[in-house]
Design a protein around this ligand. Structure first.
Ligand code: ARG
Ligand code: ZN
Length: 503
């Protein structure tokens, strides 16, 4: 589903087209079938996501076999798992579609049906060459990071028309990397998989419109060797079912969710007892059985704080936005934690600051996502600032002290030169995006006052809930709420290539 604003616009457009179509001939043009775009329109990742349709729901039925242990152990770079999936994708055409794309990387499609009609798998046709009948083809161009699955529906789809696409696919899994070289996507581990896909790594494990502009709900059925645990987003749909040496774990994630926030991590996990926030949010945690000693003690202490953290963030940000929460702590590492929706994934152990950070992302990043990746500071600045607020609430350093210890030290010109409001695709997770982002929010709070700051924050979260927003949208909400012109402030803090000295 597109963001609500776009949905309204698209609905109007579809309505207009429908009424034109219904008028007596020859009142207007008939359908004009074209190809959906091969990207969602994000300058940082031009081929992430696609145009021409909105997904409403993904149903992912995945069989996964982790690597077989060998003596001596295979190097991590060479371990392989096996993934076989059937993805049932419900979508609505947003233009008259001759063909459209999904994103899929490193997996081979063996069958595809659209609205129950089987399509033929073919080699990519040369430009301008007409293809007969329902068909699909794949481009897997690693050198140019171009991974597209094209679907040619027959009959063609009219704007507003719903369609169900069933894709049967599979392949060996490895350890994919993003443009920076960081592990992401379906990261094969010795005992399972860590699945963390920011910004566009979901295409490594299912066919997807891989951009947050097209959020959708999800269902999962993940089948793994008996004894393994598979944890996805949302709540279990019944107990796991074991037969013939395999266990199927079913999960339901009914809330709107960006593709980078899906997970279906697999490992030797132990469930912690379920707790709830004061407001009744169930908290389901899974900790790798191999985590022991201090790492386990710290992890347990910090996960036990999640209920109180939800209570605290609800008092600042409004109701928790989803049906459940809880963490996956894997003994393996991708080098970072990710705020996967309702169920963050941690590498090795969960520190208190990181637990607060990933929880705050559920409001700031997940319920309201950056409209394009340029606006990443809205995620990372906010989650970092929220961890400052939590530290203060829990009797640690105050937000003012955290701001001062970030702001006071001398730093290089290169540090201050990065415009966090437009950090570039290689700067998405630069430290400046996190701590200058948090500093920006604290300076903003000092400038407009606590009352306007928290009122505007709630307004931002309510207005863009289940959707996406830009930095300009954010500024507009704060200007409206504070009655101040904030353009110079935000220019200085987000874009000036030097240390901000005014606020
Ligand atoms: N969003 C994650 C966090 O806030 C960080 C993701 C880092 N991703 C990466 N590919 N380096 O903790
Ligand atoms: Zn973060």
């Amino acid at each position: 589903v597109r963001t609500s604003r776009v949905l309204v616009a698209a609905g109007l457009a579809a309505g207009v087209l429908a009424s034109v179509g219904a008028a007596a001939a020859p009142a207007g043009p008939g359908p004009r079938y074209t190809a959906g775009a091969d990207g969602a329109g994000d300058a940082y990742f031009p081929l992430a996501g696609n145009g021409g349709y909105d997904v409403t729901h993904y149903d992912l039925d995945i069989d996964y076999v982790p690597p077989v242990a060998t003596v001596p152990p295979t190097p991590l770079s060479q371990i392989r798992g096996r993934l076989d999936g059937v993805a049932t994708i419900d979508l609505v055409a947003r233009q008259d579609l001759d063909r459209f794309n999904l994103d899929l990387r490193g997996m081979t499609v063996s069958g595809l049906a659209i609205n129950g009609k089987r399509a033929t798998g073919i080699e990519p046709p040369a430009d301008g060459v007409e293809v007969e009948g329902a068909a699909y083809w794949q481009v897997q161009d690693d050198a140019n990071r171009r991974w597209e699955l094209t679907v040619q529906p027959r009959p063609k789809l009219k704007a507003g028309q719903p369609a169900r696409v069933v894709v049967t696919y599979g392949g060996e899994t490895s350890r994919p990397t993003d443009i920076e070289g960081a592990l992401y996507g379906w990261v094969t581990t010795r005992d399972g998989a860590m699945v963390v896909s920011e910004p566009e790594g979901s295409m490594t494990w299912y066919p997807v419109n891989d951009h947050q502009r097209d959020k959708a709900s999800y269902s999962f059925e993940i089948t793994v060797p008996a004894g393994k645990t598979a944890v996805a987003n949302g709540l279990p749909a019944g107990e796991p079912v074991t037969a013939d040496g395999e266990t199927t774990w079913s999960w339901e994630a009914p809330d709107q969710q960006a593709s980078y926030l899906t997970t279906a991590s697999v490992g030797d996990f132990v469930r912690r007892p379920v707790t709830t926030s004061a407001s009744g949010v169930p908290i389901l945690d899974f900790v790798d059985a191999k985590i022991t000693g201090n790492a386990l003690a710290n992890t347990n202490t910090n996960l036990a704080l999640q209920a109180r953290m939800i209570d605290f963030f609800e008092s600042r940000f409004g109701p928790y936005p989803f049906n459940s929460y809880g963490s996956i702590v894997d003994n393996d590492s991708v080098g970072y934690a990710l705020e996967t929706q309702t169920r963050p994934v941690y590498s090795g152990q969960a520190s208190q600051g990181t637990v607060a950070h990933e929880l705050a992302h559920q409001w700031l990043g997940n319920a309201v996502s950056p409209d394009t990746w340029q606006h990443i500071w809205l995620n990372e600045g906010w989650a970092t600032y929220a961890s400052w607020l939590w530290a203060e609430e829990n009797g640690g350093t105050t937000a003012q002290q955290a701001f001062a210890s970030w702001y006071a030290p001398a730093r290089t010109a290169a540090y201050w030169a990065l415009p966090i409001g437009d950090p570039g695709p290689l700067g998405l997770f630069a430290t400046q995006v996190y701590n200058r982002g948090a500093g920006t929010l604290h300076a903003l709070r000092v400038k407009v006052g606590d009352q306007a700051f928290f009122a505007a924050t709630r307004e931002w979260l309510e207005t863009y809930d289940d959707s996406t927003g830009t930095t300009d949208d954010f500024i507009a909400v704060f200007e409206e709420e504070s009655g101040q012109d904030l353009s110079a402030f935000f220019h200085t803090w987000l874009f000036a290539p030097e240390k901000p000295t005014t606020w």
